[in-house]
Design a protein around this ligand. Structure first.
Ligand code: ATP
Ligand code: ATP
Ligand code: MG
Ligand code: MG
Length: 299
């Protein structure tokens, strides 16, 4: 009677296989091996950041004819794969992607998978990686995926809001440094007829202003006019959107400048309040990612 009142058993009365499993497990003399599993619960009250990065994407991008320095299809696929992760895991507050990497930032007080490190990292990496393959054709059309890509992953904890903001700034500054270098390098190679070795030599010891100057003087390119997605990477963030007089939260892709304090002032509620539900209002264009979420609701 007491047993029956136990909610697990009561529920499983409808599922005999589960009952069998419970009793078999209880009986097994092998179960002690479970004690060898180490506890990997992440520290409470700290920001959990998971960063994934493509393995040998230098080669992967060549094997799949990515245009250099920036293949838009590849960036959009990365964004879409990350979007599928955010769609499934509400506990991710925002994500930031550039090149072959994506960072996922969890709500500070998340209890997802009881904050177990391996469970979080492997599940997020798996969802992202399989989505990258699953949605390949949506973005690459005729370009065949020649082999399965691999992504590595790490989990980092940040104890303070300042650390987290600096992390986001660090990743975005990295986009700027790499993109300015790569844009100049590939213009020297593709339009300036230098070999990669010569282009590398030419850029050795140059600072940002030198590269801006090479782009402007030799290739008539004003770096400031390059697409935002190339210069700043992509931030996937939850916002409120008004549709048919009702407010809904959706994941949107933006290219805001996170190096500016203005961004963090505007988004301070995302970091500060413990249980806030009201995301900031979104005022940008209705993109495919947003349409995707709105159509899910209607069907
Ligand atoms: P969790 O996310 O906690 O792992 P789960 O639903 O995956 O939850 P598991 O304990 O991993 O639970 O059990 C996997 C379940 O998947 C099985 O109980 C069974 O229902 C189903 N399953 C897996 N492989 C097969 C298979 N080859 N044939 C039929 N069912 C399967
Ligand atoms: P590792 O396995 O150590 O991460 P890697 O070859 O992946 O090695 P990264 O430093 O991660 O090296 O750099 C990723 C590389 O992938 C870039 O340097 C670039 O060559 C290529 N790449 C990634 N995304 C794109 C893109 N959208 N367009 C063009 N090239 C890209
Ligand atoms: Mg890589
Ligand atoms: Mg990388």
């Amino acid at each position: 009677m007491l047993l029956y009142k136990n909610s697990v058993l009561k529920k499983s009365a409808l599922k005999p296989y589960l009952l069998l499993k419970i009793f078999n497990m209880a009986k097994s003399s092998f179960e002690y091996v479970k004690n060898f599993e180490l506890d990997d619960t992440l520290l409470p009250n700290s920001w959990i950041v998971i960063r994934l990065d493509g393995k040998c994407f230098h080669k992967f991008s060549e094997d799949h004819n990515f245009s250099k320095p920036n293949d838009l299809r590849a960036l959009q696929l990365m964004n879409y794969a990350a979007f599928t992760v955010l769609k499934e895991f509400n506990d991710i507050l925002f994500a930031f992607g550039q090149s072959d990497e994506y960072s996922f930032i969890f709500k500070k007080h998340t209890t997802l998978y009881k904050r177990r490190a391996a469970k979080l990292l492997t599940t997020i990496n798996s969802k992202f990686s399989t989505s990258y393959v699953y949605y390949w054709k949506k973005f690459f059309d005729c370009e065949v995926l020649k082999y399965p890509p691999t992504f590595d992953g790490r989990t980092v904890l940040y104890p303070s809001d300042e650390n987290l903001m600096d992390y986001m700034k660090w990743r975005q500054a990295d986009v700027h440094i790499n993109n300015l270098y790569n844009t100049t390098f590939w213009n020297l190679v593709l339009k300036g007829n230098l070999s990669p070795v010569q282009a590398e030599k030419r850029l050795c010891g140059t600072v940002s202003s030198d590269k801006n100057e090479i782009l402007f003087q030799e290739f008539n390119i004003n770096y400031n006019n390059e697409p935002e997605i190339f210069k700043r990477g992509t931030l996937l963030i939850r916002k409120q959107i008004e549709i048919d007089d009702t407010s809904r939260s959706v994941v949107v892709a933006v290219h805001d400048d996170m190096l500016k304090e203005k961004f963090w002032k505007k988004h301070s509620s995302y970091l500060s309040s413990k249980n806030f539900k009201q995301y900031l209002k979104y005022e940008g264009p209705i993109t495919d990612i947003i349409k995707d979420q709105l159509s899910c609701v209607k069907s």
